[in-house]
Structure formats: C-alpha cells, structure tokens
Design a protein around this ligand. Structure first.
Ligand SMILES: [Cu+2]
Length: 365
C-alpha cells in the first residue's frame, strides 16, 4: 500500500510541476514575451533528466522488491532454456534501452535552446550510419529469433518413445487427468457418453483399453522425475489452457482438437520444497485462458516423484471403470473360469467377458 501511495505522490508531483510549467508558458504568451522562455526551457530539461534518473531508481527498487519472490528455478530443461532466452533478450534489449534513453535525456539537457550555441556541422543523410543502425539491430534480432525458434521446436518435437503418456482434459472448472493403465493405451472417448455422475470423460466402456484407465482424483498429475512426459491435451467444453508456470510452458486445450506438450521434469516436488524453503510447495497447473466465471478456481497440481513413489501411487489407484461399473466387473469375474485362466489365454477370455458385461452396462445406461 505504501508503495502505491509513493507512486501516486510522484505522479501527482509531476502533474503539478507540468501544470505550473504550462500555465507560466501561457502567461508569457499573454504577456507577449518570447514563446518559450530560456528559463522554462532549462526547468523542463532539468526535470526530464530527473525523470530519467527517477525511472532508473524505480527499476532498481522493483528489481530489489521482487527478487526471489517470483518463480523458483525451472523444473525441466526446456523451462531452463526459456529462462535463459528471456535473460539474453532482456540483457540485449535492456542495454540498448538504457544507452539510447541516457543519450536522449542527456541531449535534451545539453542542447537546450541557447543563443550562444551554434551547430558545428550539419548533414541530412549518411549511408554509412544508415547501414550501421540497420545491420546491427537486424543481426541481433535474428539471433534472438533463432534462439526462440530452437526452443519452440524443442517443446513441440515428437515425444521420445519412452515418454509416459497422460491425458489432461479441461472442463469448467477443473482438470481431469487420465492414465492409460497397465496396457499403456488410452481407451476411446466419445463426448456423447459424458455423464458427470459416472463417466466424466465419456469413456467408451466397450473399448477394453478403457477398463484399466485411471482417472486421478482432485486433478492431480503424478509424474516421474527424469522421465519424459507427453501430455495429450483436450477440452470438454470451451477453450482452456494448460499453464505450467514452474516448467515455463503452456498449451491450449481446445474442444475437438488434440494438442500435446512434452517435457522431462528434473526436480521432484520434495526437492523443490527444500529449494524454495516452502514445505507447502506444489507445482501448479493453472488455466491460462479465461474460460468462464470459475476460471480463477481452475487449478490442478503436478506431483513430481520418484519411480517407486509413482508405482506405489499407481498401485493404490482403482481404474475408473472399476469405480463406476462394479456390477460389470462382478459379471466379468463370473464369466471367466479360473481353470481357463491358469491354462493360458485367460486374458483374452477375461477381456471378452468384460466386453460383454460392459455392453450390458452401457445398454442399461
Ligand atoms: Cu479454463
């Protein structure tokens, strides 16, 4: 609050000084004196230099204030590359900004109107100068764009074969996270089968791949440290956006279109708690697209854990099918004879049994 008051006071002070300058200028016009007196000129030049110095001080104060209060270090390599790119861009543009503004404000002061000063030389055009100030920025900009493109291609590159595939679907107003289960394959979805009571993603129960799919509770996305993750992104209603601030990434979740994002987390949630000194630290999934009245509450979490922790978590999860079709599971169990199971080929029979039971359930629904 006190910072706000200081800023407001500074703005007010400048407005008053400006108005005084303006009115004295009009007064001199009325008095028929010179349009802009030498004195006013000097005052304005001095104020402009003060404004520049105050601006620099403002930058310093903001920097000190926010130091360490923004995001912790990026939790994946691509995120780190993005940070690096931002720093390089800020350095290049910052140095140019400071140099040009310093020269601008200094010249305003040094070359204010004076009867004594006479221009020592004058030229209207210089090809060499034009070349210099066109070529150098063009080269600098090209380098910055190339760094950006390289990062972009890295993020959008096809996921490696060993990547863990997880589906994340946005809906007003939370995230639904689905794992492919033991068969490593996500089952089919059909939006016409969506039912908030027992089929939030519209899973097609007749597809056996769906029967071991896990839907994580509370929008929690569990991933394994140092293992690539491929997010299959979608939406159930309007456009959302999977925003991963700690990984410096985001990707739109568009209804009817599948998008994806690939990254390899390299800092576990537990390590990040130590790095940030915050025992309550969580990696956040924020919706980065204004998607309706509950947009602010559309927050998921990512839990980066070791393989053992992840396996333990997976083992503790029941498939979404099992949770929502207990009758079908029972029917499948009775349809499968244990004798066939032990003789081999039981899995196929079991899936067949499940298929039949699932069909019965979906017809009932
Ligand atoms: Cu949203």
């Amino acid at each position: 609050m006190s910072v706000f008051i200081i800023v407001a006071l500074v703005v007010l002070l400048f407005t008053i000084v400006y108005q005084i300058g303006k009115s004295s200028e009009y007064a001199s016009v009325i008095r028929g004196e010179e349009f802009v007196s030498k004195r006013t000129n000097k005052t304005i030049a001095t104020l402009l230099v003060a404004f520049f110095l105050l601006g620099l001080y403002g930058i310093y104060v903001c920097n000190e204030y926010f130091k360490g209060k923004l995001l912790p270090p990026a939790a994946c390599k691509t995120g780190d590359n993005y940070d690096h790119m931002f720093i390089v861009t800020l350095m290049v543009t910052g140095v140019v900004f400071l140099a040009t503004q310093a020269v601008l404000f200094w010249f305003v002061y040094k070359y204010q109107t004076s009867e004594k000063s006479k221009p020592s030389f004058f030229f209207s055009h210089d090809n060499r100068l034009e070349m210099i100030w066109t070529t150098i920025p063009a080269i600098a900009m090209t380098i910055l764009v190339v760094i950006g493109l390289k990062n972009w291609y890295e993020v959008t590159a096809p996921a490696p074969d060993n990547a863990m595939v997880v589906e994340i679907i946005g809906k007003q107003f939370n995230w639904l996270v689905r794992y492919p289960g033991k068969d490593n394959e996500l089952g089919l979805r059909d939006f016409r089968k969506i039912n908030d009571a027992n089929n939030v993603l519209g899973l097609d129960w007749t597809d056996p791949h769906n029967q071991d799919d896990i839907i994580s509770q509370n929008g929690e996305l569990h991933v394994v440290v140092n293992k690539p993750v491929k997010l299959i992104i979608g939406s159930r209603d309007v456009i959302h956006d999977v925003g991963l601030p700690h990984f410096r990434m985001k990707m739109d979740a568009v209804p009817g279109i599948t998008t994806s994002l690939c990254f390899t987390p390299y800092i576990t949630t537990d390590s990040m708690k130590q790095i940030t000194g915050n025992p309550n630290f969580v990696y956040e999934i924020a919706c980065d697209q204004l998607c309706g009245s509950g947009h602010y509450s559309m927050r998921g979490t990512i839990i980066v854990q070791t393989q053992e922790q992840f396996d333990a978590w997976t083992a503790s999860q029941k498939s979404y099918y099992a949770l929502n079709n207990p009758d079908a599971l029972k029917a499948a169990a009775t349809a499968t004879t244990p004798a066939v199971d032990s003789a081999g080929g039981g899995d196929i029979k079991k899936v067949d049994g499940m298929k039949k039971a699932a069909k019965a359930v979906s017809m009932k629904n």
